[in-house]
Design a protein around this ligand. Structure first.
Ligand SMILES: Nc1ncnc2c1ncn2[C@@H]1O[C@H](COP(=O)(O)OP(=O)(O)OP(=O)(O)O)[C@@H](O)[C@H]1O
Ligand SMILES: [Mg+2]
Length: 394
C-alpha cells in the first residue's frame, strides 16, 4: 500500500514545498480512504528520494506494447483503483459539498487571478492619504514582504501607492525593482538634507501607480547624523506631508496618493520613531511562529508613548499574521492567540508560508507579478482588499 502510493508521490505536489495549502486535498481526493499525510509520509527529505525513480522505471519497462497508453489507463491495471467523482461523493459526501477545502479554494483563486480584479467591484479610493507604518522590531517577521506585496496589490486594484523604504538594508527597494546603490537619491536625502520626496521617488516596474523612495546603505548613518538635527523625530512627517500628492481628495482630486507604506527596520531607533510620528496607522506583521508575541509589548508601549507625546493620531489598525503554515498546530495556536489579544485589528486573511513569496525578491519582483495565481499572491490581494475596505468603513 505504501509502495503503490509511492508511485503517485512524484507526480503529487506534496513533494513541492512551495505549493503548500493545496497539497493535502489533492492527495486526499486521489487516493483510497483516509490517505493520511500524517505519520505515513516521511519528512521532506526522505519522501522524494525514496520513491521518485524506481517505480517509474518499472512502469516504463513493463508496458511493452502498451507504451503509448496513458498513465491513467495503466493505473486501472494497478492494485489501486482510480475513483470517480461519484465514488467520492458516496464515500465522503462532505468533500464534494465543501467549497472551503484547500483544493476548492485554490481553484477559485486561480480563476480569480486569471480574470483579475475586474471580476470584483473596484476598490473605493480613500478620502485622504492613509499613511501606514509597517513596524515590528522583531526581525524577519515579514515587514518588507508585507509592505511590498500589499502595496503592489493595492496598486493593481487601482490605488495610487507610495512606498518609503526606511530600512538601510533596502529590501523593499529590491523587491520593487528600483535602484538603491550608493549615490542614488534616497530616504537618507529626504531625512538628513530635506530633499523633497517627490524628487526622489521613482515608479516601480510593478505598477504605474506605485512609486518608491528607495533606501541606500547611507541610511545606516542617519540615526547618528540626525541626533543633532532640530526636530529630528519629525523629519519624515515633514517629508511625507510636504509631498504635493499627499492630502485629501477634495484638494488633490485624481492625483492624490491613496496609500503610503513605510517599511521600518527591525529596531525601535530614531528611524522607526520618525515613521511612527509620520504615520496615522500601523500595520504590524506577526509571524505565526513560537516567540511571535515576544517584544510586542515593548512595541506597543513605544506606540503609546508616541501617541501621548508626538502623534495622537496614530492607531494600530492592522495586524497581519504572516508565514502561516496550515499544517502545523503551532501556527493555528499563534494565530488564535493573536486574535484573542487584538480582536478586530487582526486581518481575517492570513498569509501562508510559500516558497513563491520568498523567491520573488530575487527577481526584483513582488509575488503579485512573479506568480499572481499563487496562494501567497492571492492572500496578499485579499489582505489588501480587507485593508482598503476596513479603512473605508472606519
Ligand atoms: N509568506 C511567506 N512565505 C515564505 N517566506 C516568507 C514569507 N514572508 C516572508 N518570507 C521570507 O522571510 C524572510 C523575512 O521576511 P521579510 O524580509 O519580509 O521580514 P522583515 O520583517 O522585513 O525582516 P527585517 O526585520 O530584516 O526587515 C525573507 O526571506 C522572506 O522572503
Ligand atoms: Mg525588512
Amino acid at each position: 500500500m505504501t509502495e503503490e502510493f509511492g508511485e503517485q508521490g512524484p507526480g503529487g505536489s506534496d513533494s513541492t514545498p512551495g505549493q503548500d495549502p493545496v497539497t493535502p486535498a489533492s492527495d486526499a481526493t486521489s487516493g483510497d480512504g483516509p490517505l493520511s499525510t500524517g505519520p505515513e509520509v516521511p519528512g521532506e527529505r526522505g519522501f522524494p528520494q525514496e520513491s521518485a525513480l524506481p517505480p517509474q522505471a518499472g512502469d516504463d519497462s513493463g508496458t511493452g506494447a502498451a507504451a503509448d497508453v496513458s498513465r491513467e489507463t495503466q493505473a486501472g491495471s494497478q492494485p489501486f483503483t482510480v475513483r470517480t467523482a461519484e465514488d467520492i461523493a458516496v464515500a465522503a459526501p462532505d468533500l464534494t459539498h465543501d467549497h472551503g477545502t484547500p483544493l476548492a479554494r485554490a481553484a477559485e483563486h486561480i480563476v480569480l487571478a486569471r480574470h483579475g480584479a475586474r471580476m470584483r467591484p473596484a476598490l473605493p479610493r480613500p478620502d485622504r492619504t492613509r499613511v501606514f507604518v509597517v513596524a515590528n522590531q522583531k526581525g524577519g517577521v515579514g515587514k518588507t514582504t508585507s509592505t511590498v506585496n500589499v502595496a503592489a496589490a493595492l496598486a493593481q486594484l487601482g490605488q495610487r501607492v507610495l512606498v518609503v523604504d526606511l530600512d538601510p538594508q533596502g529590501n523593499a527597494s529590491t523587491a520593487l525593482g528600483v535602484e538603491h546603490h550608493r549615490g542614488v537619491a534616497s530616504t537618507y536625502d529626504a531625512l538628513v538634507d530635506g530633499v523633497p520626496l517627490a524628487e526622489i521617488a521613482s515608479v516601480s516596474p510593478e505598477a504605474g501607480t506605485l512609486t518608491v523612495v528607495p533606501a541606500t546603505i547611507d541610511l545606516a548613518g542617519a540615526e547618528i547624523e540626525l541626533v543633532s538635527v532640530v526636530a529630528r523625530e519629525s523629519r519624515l512627517h515633514k517629508a511625507i506631508h510636504g509631498h504635493p500628492q499627499v492630502g485629501t481628495a477634495a484638494e488633490l482630486g485624481e492625483d492624490k496618493i491613496d496609500y503610503v507604506f513605510i517599511d521600518c527596520p527591525p529596531s525601535l531607533g530614531l528611524l522607526t520613531l520618525n515613521a511612527l510620528v509620520a504615520g496615522s496607522e500601523m500595520m504590524i506583521p506577526i509571524q505565526a511562529e513560537y516567540y511571535a508575541l515576544e517584544g510586542l509589548g515593548q512595541l506597543l508601549e513605544t506606540v503609546e508613548m508616541v501617541r501621548a507625546h508626538l502623534n495622537p493620531a496614530l492607531e494600530v489598525s492592522t495586524i497581519m499574521v504572516t508565514m502561516y503554515d496550515a499544517r502545523t498546530r503551532l501556527a493555528a495556536g499563534v494565530a488564535e492567540e493573536v486574535r484573542e489579544h487584538f480582536g478586530d485589528q487582526v486581518l481575517k486573511t492570513t498569509i501562508p508560508r510559500s516558497v513563491r513569496v520568498s523567491e520573488a525578491p530575487s527577481y526584483g519582483q513582488t509575488v503579485m507579478t512573479y506568480d499572481p495565481g499563487s496562494p501567497g499572491a492571492l492572500s496578499y490581494l485579499e489582505a489588501a482588499r480587507e485593508i482598503a475596505t476596513k479603512g473605508a468603513s472606519a
